[in-house]
Design a binder for this molecule. Structure first.
Ligand code: 6PG
Length: 236
């Protein structure tokens, strides 16, 4: 369990985005200095878009940066729901390597997960950063309640990604997913959370109190890492 969860509060999302983009830029530079390259997993959803907007204007050695989505909806590339499509828009023009983890939207979501896991075995590991969002139901990445929850939370340590069929389906993207496993998330060299709103803050605070027995995936993620975790939060 991380004993050091630090909350960073901002007046609005724009202020949060500038700060988190600065932190991510520093993490990327440090990884390149130390290992010659950076491999980072970035959250999907809407909240981090201003972060990516700000980060994409940073002067970094982008050709040494590999970016993967921390999770992906199983939809065709270019689909409005595709997380990697949103990341590619910001970072491909910078010369970063933006790697789809679901290059083909196949119907068999478990096969899509196995394929993503195989793709990710070629990346230098552990991740230099995992940026997470949080749903108001306490999900993170695409670790959701459902038939694949236990595999995502407590599967083989070497599993980096897996297919997930959320149950119930989330309203905002009601499709099967591929997600980083909890092991992939909690072994990252830096774990950063960015979220907004009092509802999500309450869920995270409860999840922290619940610790390893939390029913919330975000609670299991926080309990599963030994690293200090920065939680960046804006009221709206
Ligand atoms: C996804 C995300 C997911 C997201 C949360 C919050 O693919 O949906 O990775 O974990 O971070 O659902 O999403 P919002 O930032 O849009 O509220």
């Amino acid at each position: 369990m991380s004993d050091e969860v630090e909350w960073w509060e901002y007046d609005d999302l724009a202020e949060l985005a500038a700060a988190v983009a600065g932190d991510i830029g520093f993490i990327i530079e440090s990884a390149i200095d130390a290992r010659g390259a950076a491999v980072i997993a970035l959250a999907g959803g809407k909240t981090p878009i201003p972060i990516y907007e700000a980060l994409s204007s940073a002067k970094l050695d982008w050709k040494r940066v590999t970016i993967i989505p921390g999770d992906e909806r199983i939809v065709p590339l270019g689909d409005p729901l595709s997380n990697v499509t949103a990341l590619a828009k910001f970072f491909l023009p910078k010369g970063a390597r933006v790697m789809p983890i679901v290059p083909n939207a196949i119907a068999d979501y478990k096969a899509a997960g196995r394929s993503a896991d195989a793709l990710m075995q070629d990346l230098h590991w552990p991740l230099d950063l995992c940026l997470l969002g949080v749903g108001s139901d306490g999900h993170t990445a695409s670790i959701f309640p459902g038939p694949d929850f236990d595999e995502a939370i407590a599967g083989p340590k070497e599993c980096r990604a897996l297919g997930v069929m959320p149950h119930p389906m989330p309203d905002d993207a009601p499709v099967p997913r591929v997600t980083l496993s909890l092991a992939a998330i909690t072994t990252a060299r830096a774990l950063v959370i960015a979220c907004t709103g009092t509802e999500k803050r309450t869920v995270i605070e409860n999840a922290i109190k619940q610790g390893r027995s939390s029913p919330y995936p975000i609670g299991r993620a926080l309990a599963g890492t030994e690293l200090p975790v920065d939680i960046h939060w804006a009221r709206a």
